[in-house]
Design a protein around this ligand. Structure first.
Ligand SMILES: [Zn+2]
Length: 478
């Protein structure tokens, strides 16, 4: 195992109240384990060629699909590739909730947090656990996926329409998944022409329109609660069987929806737009059962990892700062629910760590902040600057003026050089779920505004990149 920045066991906290903690899951240790997990994954990815990485991710996506349907109790520690797919799924809170709770469904998996500590320990499976793995996933499915074994066995998935298993050699599947091949192959529910993966994506939509319906992207209200009344456009359209050209599924549906709208009128416009956007982002070109393209989502995380590693993470103070600022970020969202919130890189680390416990994150943001906070928000590039400048103004008001929210420092101990004390937020915005922890400040500074001191500490540790904004959405225009 290569030695990394985040591979040594972290030192223990001086006392249980020293470190800040939010919602029981955003802890200094968990943030560290999370970075360690990213490091382990990307270090491994870097041992492969670009082509191998693509094949590895395509297989990882299919393995994650098997994982959600074969969830153990007690859970096995997921292998690195499956854990990473699960993790990027969790980073899209709306999509992840829709998929795991409403569409596929496998609520148990939604409820289980990513086992960050177990992934950090990185121990071999016990013989008994390896036996359980093989019994469930088969002899052909290795626990550790590598560039050596990722071509063994075959791709198998039941057809979304007829449930007949589609079986292909992995190298063929990889070409289909990345759009390098569109040759049709024989299949039971298309006896004349056969199918390709454009057909598979088309049948996935057809199945979701007909069954339930459970069309991804239409099941939740903007605040994240489950809709009581389903998108009413869905009942008005019929699945399209023949699409020419095949890769323009969205335009084929758009034409049909426009025709319908002529009769249905403006009452249907919102639902029509929502449905079209859903088809474009969750179905078009995405044959996987998931509503977001997890392979593309992994690619977006590469940038995030580069940003992380450009920061000097000092244990524990950088993590303590990340958690406090994440708390302040959530507090600001609660106070200004109509603004677009844009996190810095350090805030984003705590944010990601929170999302690794999807159930707690879901409950916390809905009940305590007032809405399910989305993460991979597609903020159009043209408006990022505007949102950012507004958010930064709110943020600096929070830190410098702040009648609404203030940290109070109480001295508990002093030496010749240091003053140590506890922090308290007043008024408490997330009572009982946030522990601000303790600070150590150099003598002579304690009388000054605590925030100024904390900011100075941050600058002194040469951590300026921590204050860079973190955006890893596609940034496409809606
Ligand atoms: Zn079929």
């Amino acid at each position: 195992m290569t030695y990394g920045k985040f591979s040594a066991p972290p030192p223990v906290a001086p006392n249980p109240t020293h470190f800040p903690k939010l919602n029981g899951v955003v802890t200094v240790e968990n943030c560290y384990y999370y970075l360690s997990f990213l490091e382990r994954f990307w270090t491994f990815m870097d041992t492969m060629t670009l082509q191998e990485q693509r094949h590895y991710l395509a297989r990882a996506e299919v393995r994650y699909e098997k994982w959600i349907h074969n969830h153990f109790s007690p859970m096995l520690v997921p292998p690195l590739d499956i854990a990473f797919m699960w993790h990027v799924h969790k980073l899209s809170p709306f999509r992840c909730y829709e998929d795991l709770v409403l569409r596929l469904p496998c609520k148990k998996l939604f409820d289980d947090p990513l086992p960050l500590y177990d992934l950090f320990k990185n121990e071999d499976l016990t013989p008994n656990d390896l036996k359980r793995w093989k019994q469930t996933f088969g002899e052909d499915e290795p626990y550790h996926l590598t560039n050596q074994n990722m071509y063994s066995g075959t791709f198998q998935r039941p057809c979304y329409r007829c449930r007949q298993v589609i079986e292909l050699p992995w190298s063929n599947y990889y070409d289909y998944r990345f759009g390098a091949n569109h040759t049709r192959f024989p299949h039971d529910c298309a006896p004349v022409d056969g199918i390709n993966f454009w057909d598979v994506a088309r049948m996935k939509l057809e199945s979701d329109l007909m069954n339930g319906p459970v069309v991804a992207g239409t099941l939740l209200n903007p605040n994240g609660s489950v809709k009581v009344t389903l998108n009413k456009m869905i009942a008005k359209i019929r699945p399209i069987q023949v699409i020419i050209p095949q890769n323009e599924m969205d335009y084929a549906y758009e034409r049909q929806i426009q025709e319908q709208l002529k009769f249905l009128g403006p009452d249907y416009e919102y639902d029509a737009n929502e449905l079209l956007y859903a088809i474009r982002t969750s179905y078009q070109g995405n044959p996987s059962p998931f509503s977001n393209d997890l392979i593309q989502a992994v690619a977006r995380q590469r940038k995030f990892y580069s940003n992380i590693t450009s920061i000097h993470w000092q244990y524990p103070i950088s993590y303590m700062s990340a958690i406090r600022r994440y708390h302040d970020h959530l507090a600001l969202i609660k106070m200004h629910p109509n603004h677009k919130a844009i996190p810095t890189i350090e805030i984003d680390v705590a944010f990601h760590t929170h999302m690794m416990d999807s159930l707690r994150y879901h409950k916390f943001t809905i009940h305590r902040v007032g809405k399910l906070i989305n993460h991979d928000d597609d903020i159009p590039e043209s408006s990022i600057r505007k949102h950012l400048s507004e958010w930064q103004t709110l943020w600096s008001n929070l830190q410098h003026r702040s009648i609404e929210h203030r940290y109070k420092f109480t001295k508990t101990r002093a030496t010749d050089e240091l003053v140590e004390g506890t922090l308290k937020v007043t008024p408490s915005i997330f009572p009982t779920t946030y522990q601000p922890g303790m600070v150590r400040i150099r003598q002579g500074k304690e009388a000054r505004n605590l925030y100024t001191t904390l900011n100075e500490e941050l600058v002194r540790s040469n951590n300026t990149k921590a204050t860079m904004i973190s955006i890893h959405s596609k940034g496409k225009e809606k």
